[in-house]
Design a protein around this ligand. Structure first.
Ligand SMILES: Cc1cc2nc3c(=O)[nH]c(=O)nc-3n(C[C@H](O)[C@H](O)[C@H](O)COP(=O)(O)OP(=O)(O)OC[C@H]3O[C@@H](n4cnc5c(N)ncnc54)[C@H](O)[C@@H]3O)c2cc1C
Length: 320
């Protein structure tokens, strides 16, 4: 069994007390069509800052939105996944990118003292700020953050199963470009990406992944569309797609050199745990403790899975 050797990374070079300034280069929708969601591909110039050339694909960075919160304190930083390869959007690590999604909703009362009938428009602070910025704007940044959700030191030793929902695709954009478009050593191992969204129009960077799949026979791009049926939609969640298509995924999961990466909505991992268990693939990916180890996976409840299932080094999670 091959556990990944992860590279050493730089962390917290820029702290919230002393953020650096990144300048917006571009900020464009990266969706597949008109949708109820708004997700951008934001490129920031971090030349001449401590972030230049110091981040790796899979890490995240912090953003401090301008202004103050309801208590009059400066906004706390929010984390955003790096969406570019380690060499940045420019090849030398000076242009950093991410994939902000507007948090737009009706207010849901949070505390007992809240008015239960208050359902005014609720706008997330930092995501809407990031989606609003335009070329030339300055953004306060910190980081880099994260030392576990990384490609291995020698990517050619492994196969990859990348599972994403929504903006969870961000790190995989960077990793896939790094694996497949590395001019000196493109990775020829098997790589599968499963991207889950409610509607086809919510797919992110779809053109890029189709182009990569057409150009590299070792890369397979799958979409799991949960709320529509049609020529490309199959009305399934990410784990459901794997469950349905074991002819495709079983050989990949059975290979002891395969690494699984999961990024996006937290709930996705519980579906994955059950799917792996149902098909006898927990070994190497998950440590399942009693009492779950003795129960059929159909009976596993989320509240029990949280404390009793620990992913191994071959199953990396970044859920938020
Ligand atoms: C490692 C990591 C990587 C991330 N990467 C990305 C990324 O690439 N792209 C991305 O878009 N996000 C990413 N996020 C999430 C991001 O950090 C922010 O949480 C997100 O953008 C929302 O921030 P906000 O300031 O807009 O919302 P906030 O103003 O912070 O509002 C969110 C808060 O409000 C609460 N809330 C949410 N909805 C409602 C509602 N309807 N009524 C009342 N309260 C509500 C939530 O419980 C939450 O506490 C990442 C998070 C982590 C931890």
């Amino acid at each position: 069994m091959s556990e990944p050797r992860l590279p050493k990374v730089q962390m917290n070079l820029v702290r919230p007390k002393d953020p650096v300034v990144g300048r917006v280069v571009s900020n464009e929708l990266c969706m597949n069509g008109k949708s109820a969601s708004f997700v951008k591909h934001l490129v920031l110039d971090v030349s001449d800052t401590k972030l230049a050339g110091t981040f790796r694909a899979g890490q995240s960075f912090g953003v401090i939105a301008p202004g103050t919160d309801e208590r009059g304190k400066p906004h706390k930083l929010r984390l955003y996944s790096i969406a570019c390869p380690t060499w940045g959007e420019d090849g030398v690590g000076c242009l950093l990118s991410t994939t902000p999604k507007r948090l737009i909703d009706e207010y849901v009362p949070q505390k007992a003292v809240d008015d239960p009938t208050d359902h005014r428009l609720f706008l997330g602070v930092c995501s809407n700020y990031l989606c609003d910025v335009t070329a030339g704007d300055e953004v306060l940044l910190t980081g880099p953050n994260g030392k576990r959700f990384l490609l291995p030191e020698d990517p050619s030793l492994h196969n990859y199963l990348f599972l994403a929902t929504g903006t969870g695709i961000a790190p995989f954009r960077g990793m896939l470009m790094e694996l497949l478009e590395n001019p000196s050593k493109p990775c020829t191992r098997r790589i599968d990406l499963v991207m889950g969204t409610p509607y086809t129009t919510d797919l992110l960077y779809d053109d890029l992944f189709r182009r990569l799949a057409a150009a590299h026979e070792n890369f397979h791009y799958h979409t799991a569309i949960s709320r529509e049926s049609g020529p490309r939609g199959t009305r399934v969640y990410v784990d459901g797609l794997i469950n349905q298509d074991m002819d495709t995924f079983a050989p990949l999961l059975a290979d002891s050199n395969t690494l699984i990466y999961v990024c996006g909505l937290e709930g996705m991992r519980f579906g994955l745990y059950k799917t792996l268990a149902n098909h006898g693939f927990t070994d190497g990916y998950l440590n399942v403790k009693a009492p779950l180890a003795d129960l059929p996976p159909e009976q596993w409840q989320i509240a029990d899975m949280k404390p009793n299932i620990k992913p191994t080094a071959r199953c990396m999670l970044e859920v938020y």
